[in-house]
Design a protein around this ligand. Structure first.
Ligand code: ZN
Ligand code: ZN
Length: 233
């Protein structure tokens, strides 16, 4: 598989983001961790839900069995990697240890599957509830979205798109309970572009992205794509 450029040349050694060995690696990863990271990229994925799926690679763009039965409200979904232990570790460092030095690698990784997608009019970071944002100090989806937008020269549209209900962690909820909890969780006011891409760090079931998509479409957005860094396998 072709190697994807993920970083710029560096002049000083720093600890590898994944194994802590000193490295000059341009991505912040040592050569062996970078090889492993590269191997996570480029798997064929269902264009409907971004799950890795062999059929998506044959003849391009075949949807998985689940999406064939029940289409999601968003138009397309891409993810760069599966949420494997390395992706989990890098995101954990960003979210809970404010390690922003991982951001260039995460943004470059998120961009890998996005090249080749139709360019939206704007990117929309998955909003975080204000109380959670205060607690963490930042919204990781917004940091990723800003990096992606800068690189693609696209605007970030976050004004008026808000999470008004703190849903807490949805990880352990069944699909039906997630949908119930997410009802009324988002609002979108004001003028919105016709085609947007929601940017988020992780897609687990896709129910948050689906809920936000419904609200954006009710507010007049015609096409919503979802770009995530990591997909729960
Ligand atoms: Zn390493
Ligand atoms: Zn699918």
């Amino acid at each position: 598989m072709e190697r994807i450029p993920l970083g710029r040349r560096r002049w000083f050694a720093a600890p590898c983001h994944l194994c802590n060995q000193d490295t000059l690696g341009s991505t912040g990863l040592c050569p062996s961790c970078e090889n492993e990271w590269q191997a996570l990229l480029g798997w064929p994925r269902c264009p409907g839900c971004a799950t890795a799926h062999a059929g998506a690679g044959l003849g391009g763009g075949e949807r998985c069995g689940q999406c064939a039965v029940r289409a999601r409200p968003f138009d397309r979904a891409v993810a760069a990697v599966d949420l494997d232990p390395s992706a989990r570790h890098l995101l954990h460092r960003l979210k809970y240890h404010q390690d922003f030095s991982t951001l260039p690698l995460l943004v470059a990784t998120l961009l890998a599957p996005v090249n080749g997608e139709a360019a939206p009019d704007a990117v929309v970071p998955m909003p975080l509830h204000p109380s959670r944002r205060r607690q963490r100090g930042f919204n990781q989806a917004e940091l990723l979205a800003r990096g992606v937008a800068r690189s693609l020269r696209l605007p970030v549209h976050d004004r008026g798109v808000r999470r008004v209900r703190d849903t807490g962690s949805l990880t352990d909820l069944a699909a039906a309970s997630r949908r119930r909890v997410l009802k009324g969780a988002f609002v979108a006011d004001g003028a919105l572009p016709a085609h947007v891409a929601i940017v988020d760090d992780v897609m687990t079931t896709g129910s948050s992205a689906a809920a936000l998509t419904r609200v954006l479409k009710e507010a007049g957005v015609e096409r919503v794509d979802v770009w995530t860094l990591a997909r729960t396998p």
